[in-house]
Write a protein that binds this ligand. Structure first.
Ligand SMILES: Nc1nc2c(c(=O)[nH]1)N[C@H]1C(S)=C(S)[C@@H](COP(=O)(O)O)O[C@H]1N2
Ligand SMILES: [Mo]
Length: 277
C-alpha cells in the first residue's frame, strides 16, 4: 500500500501532532496527523493476520481478523529501536473488567484503522498511557510478570532526578513501576505562547484548551483557569460532547473561558505542556 508522506523507517519513525489550536477545534480528531511510533509502520494483510492469546491460559486462542469482526459484539471507546518487536502490559484485572472498556480496535471514527494507527487490529486501553495500546497486535500473553519488552521495562517510567542520562538511568529502571493510569491533565491551546491577543471591552481574553481525566476517574466535570499564578481562579465552560458520543468517561473535554489579563502579562498560569505518554 503506498501512502504518500509517511515515514516507515526504524531510524526515523513517524511521530507528529497537529498544532494544538487545531487539535481543540473539534471533539473528534479528524485530522490524520497524530502519530506516535517507535519503529517502522508495517503493512499487514488482514486476511492472513492472526491474534494469538497464550501464556497462563487453559486454551490457546487464535483469532483471525474476520473472526474479530464477526464473532464478537463490536464496541466503541471514545478514546531507540533496540527491539525488533513492540509490547506492553496492563493488569489482567483491568483487561478483563467489562467497565474498563479495554478493546481490540478494528476501526477508528467509523473507518478501518489506517496502517499508522495499527491496521488491522490494535489494543485501546483507555485511561492508561498510550504506550500500552499496542498497534498491529499479533499476540496477547497472559503471564505472571510484565512484558520484558524494552518499552515496558526501559521507557515510560518516572525515574528519580539522579537519572540524568542513559548511563545513570540504567541502575533505576528496574526499581520504579511502569506508567499505567495517566494523571489528570489540562492544556491551554489558545492563545499559544507568544501570541498577541485583542482584549475584549470587559478586559478579558478568550482562552481555550482541553482536559483529560486521570486514569479511571473520568469524566472531567470542572476546569478552572488562573491568569495570576493561581491566586484567583475562573471556572471554564465545558463544551458539551457531541450527541452521538454516549460513553464520555474516558474522553477528553474541550473547554473555554474568558480570562482577565493585564496587558503585557508575561505568562499564563497553566503552561502549555502536553501529556507525555
Ligand atoms: N506496535 C506498536 N504499538 C504502539 C507503538 C509503537 O511504536 N509500536 N507506540 C505506542 C505509543 S507510545 C502510543 S502513544 C500509541 C500511539 O498511537 P497512535 O499513533 O494511534 O496515536 O501507540 C502505542 N502503540
Ligand atoms: Mo506514547
Amino acid at each position: 500500500m503506498a501512502t504518500v508522506g509517511y515515514e516507515y523507517s526504524a531510524e526515523e519513525p513517524l511521530n507528529r501532532e497537529p498544532p494544538v489550536e487545531d487539535l481543540v477545534s473539534s471533539f473528534f480528531t479528524e485530522s490524520d496527523g497524530y502519530d506516535r511510533n517507535h519503529g517502522p509502520i508495517p503493512h499487514i494483510d488482514a486476511s492472513e493476520h492472526i491474534v494469538r492469546v497464550d501464556g497462563a491460559v487453559e486454551n490457546i486462542l487464535e483469532l483471525s481478523v474476520d473472526q474479530l469482526h464477526k464473532d464478537f459484539e463490536q464496541h466503541e471507546v471514545t478514546p531507540c529501536q533496540e527491539e525488533s518487536w513492540y509490547g506492553g502490559s496492563i493488569e489482567l484485572e483491568r483487561a478483563m473488567r467489562e467497565d474498563a472498556d479495554v478493546v481490540l480496535a478494528l476501526e477508528m471514527n467509523g473507518n478501518s484503522l489506517s496502517p499508522n494507527h495499527g491496521y488491522p487490529v490494535r489494543v485501546v486501553a483507555p485511561g492508561i498511557a498510550g504506550a500500552r495500546s499496542v498497534k498491529w497486535l499479533d499476540c496477547i500473553t497472559v503471564q505472571l510478570r510484565e512484558s520484558a519488552n524494552f518499552y515496558q521495562q526501559h521507557d515510560y517510567k518516572v525515574l528519580p532526578p539522579e537519572a540524568v542520562d542513559g548511563e545513570s538511568a540504567k541502575q533505576y529502571w528496574h526499581t520504579v513501576p511502569a506508567i499505567q493510569d495517566m494523571p489528570v491533565n489540562s492544556v491551554v491551546a489558545v492563545p499559544k505562547s507568544g501570541d498577541t491577543v485583542a482584549v475584549s471591552p470587559d478586559g478579558t481574553i478568550p482562552v481555550k484548551g482541553y482536559a483529560l481525566p486521570s486514569g479511571e476517574n473520568g469524566p472531567v466535570t470542572k476546569v478552572e483557569v488562573s491568569s495570576d499564578e493561581g491566586k484567583t481562579w475562573n471556572e471554564a465552560d465545558l463544551i458539551s460532547h457531541p450527541e452521538d458520543c454516549e460513553n464520555t468517561k474516558w474522553a477528553w473535554i474541550l473547554w473555554r473561558a474568558a480570562v482577565k489579563v493585564e496587558p503585557g502579562h508575561p505568562r499564563y498560569a497553566l503552561d502549555d505542556i502536553g501529556p507525555l505518554a
